[in-house]
Ligand binder design. Sequence first.
Ligand code: HEC
Length: 116
Amino acid sequence: MRASLHALPVLLMAACASPPAPGAGASASLPATASVAEGRLLTRIHCAGCHAVEPASESAHRDAPSLRLISRRYPVASLEEALGEGIVVGHPDMPEYRFRPEDVSALIAYLETIQD
Ligand code: HEC
């Protein structure tokens, strides 16, 4: 009865945790500088409409925290799963994203470089 309801999210997460990832493992050998540059580009395309994405800039959306401050709340790397699986935050103004694994790595790499 209740137990089956509780099992549902676990099953959904298990399904999401194994995306088809051809060439997985190769991403570790990406040159760090290239992925930082790519991550910067991705934040400008996808996030800058609301969030400040540069080391010193103001967010366009008044509720969106500057991305250089997110490490005050949690490790930047903890976003990895959220960005790849489309479950970032439950805010109505924040769209859901599903980035490819290499783009997630690039985003994280860039975000690490701008943290206060
Ligand atoms: C349409 C506007 C919009 C876009 C585009 C957007 N966000 Fe957000 N985001 C928000 C808002 C608004 C919040 C605040 C949510 C809240 O306080 O509940 C938020 C919150 C967040 C948080 C949580 C911050 C915290 O302190 O808990 C993270 C992380 C985040 N966004 C990352 C991103 C990333 C990375 C991108 C680009 C891939 C992005 N957002 C694109 C509007 C946006």
